[in-house]
Write a protein that binds this ligand. Structure first.
Ligand code: ATP
Length: 326
């Protein structure tokens, strides 16, 4: 999708009909270019209706991300954030990590309509399409050093759960250690935190969140594990600007408390959301081996507790993956 395609998408976002001729005139291109731009939207899973004599319209109106809308939903808190929205970016985390070197402070936010190279943990891919998800990264600086952050992705998960509840995603939504939000066993959102700093501090965290809002079914099916979006769970696609504002304001609270008290302040709440508690699970280790046991929640640092035949073991997030036992 190029810049013209995003301009065409903006013109149609309200769900009203526009003729190809009028669009071509406003965009200063030929009707064939408009057709190509709209075809690119179709390919990306954004459904377009074409009606002879009336023109084009989106099958569903689309609220595009807009900084003014996010700031207005944030109210007075808007001054705590510096928000930049991209139509298209490789990865919001990568972009913000690069900006760290320029000395930007807490509250820097990069959001994107479309991440073309979204990342999960350990180089895994995060899939999204234009307008289908909320993908953004937030920079936060801390006085503490690296060892302090073991539970940060869990605390961020708590922030996401609180906001999802306000947007109607309540039932059967929960957290899977260390960084996934699930709804009825299907992945709804992912969290990727990247750190930079000294062992003794200070340090900076780039907190990336990808939240499926209304994903085309064929994209959800392509993901190599069960995945779902908010529209399927609640019956409605959320207003992504309000969702982003709600997440930023909740993250502000959570990160401020985390900086003071660490993960211990969130442990009880996290355990309420824990979808694997008391379930038989296996942990996949980096060398390919696995450890089987029963998940017993997390300790005050966010380490996963597993009861095994050899006793209770602790696992720190990073190089291990948690799965339900087959
Ligand atoms: P771990 O338990 O180790 O975190 P994970 O499979 O959840 O394992 P992540 O790095 O958290 O890994 O997330 C990346 C994975 O998420 C991808 O490999 C893919 O399986 C899945 N995925 C990618 N895009 C999406 C999406 N939009 N919605 C849901 N799941 C996705």
């Amino acid at each position: 999708m190029n810049a013209l395609t995003f301009q065409a998408l903006r013109m149609l976002a309200d769900g009203e009909f526009r003729s190809g001729e009028a669009m071509a005139r406003v965009l200063g291109v030929s009707r064939a270019s408009v057709w190509n731009a709209l075809h690119a939207l179709d390919v990306c899973g954004i459904e377009i209706f074409r009606v002879r004599g009336r023109g084009y319209r989106l099958a569903q109106p689309l609220e595009l991300l807009a900084k003014e809308a996010v700031c207005s939903a944030l109210g007075p808190l808007a001054s705590r954030f510096s928000i930049e929205i991209f139509d298209r970016i490789e990865s919001t985390n990568t972009h913000l990590m690069r900006r760290l070197a320029t000395g930007v402070g807490s509250g820097e936010v990069i959001a994107a309509e479309w991440q073309t190279g979204g990342r999960g943990r350990r180089g895994r891919e995060w899939h999204a399409l234009p307008g289908a998800a909320l993908t953004f990264s937030l920079l936060w600086r801390f006085e503490q050093g690296a060892g302090f952050f073991a539970g940060l992705s869990l605390a961020v998960g708590v922030a996401v759960m609180r906001v999802l509840a306000r947007f109607g995603v309540q039932q059967a939504a929960g957290l899977k250690w260390p960084n996934d939000v699930l709804s009825q066993g299907r992945k709804l959102a992912g969290i990727l935190i990247e750190m930079q700093g000294d062992v003794l501090g200070p340090s900076a965290a780039v907190i990336g969140i990808g939240l499926n809002c209304r994903m085309p079914a064929r994209l959800l099916e392509r993901i190599d594990q069960p995945a779902v979006d908010i529209a399927t769970v609640t019956g409605n696609a959320p207003d992504r600007n309000r969702l982003l504002a709600a997440l930023l304001s909740e993250l502000e609270l959570v990160l401020t408390l985390f900086a003071r008290d660490g993960f211990a302040a969130f442990r009880d709440e996290w355990q309420k959301y824990d979808v694997y508690r008391n379930k038989p699970v296996r942990i996949a280790l980096p060398d390919g081996s696995t450890v089987a046991g029963t998940a017993q929640g997390v300790n005050e640092n966010g380490a996963l507790l597993l009861t095994t035949q050899a006793g209770t073991l602790r696992f720190h997030s990073g190089d291990v993956s948690l799965r339900l036992a087959a």
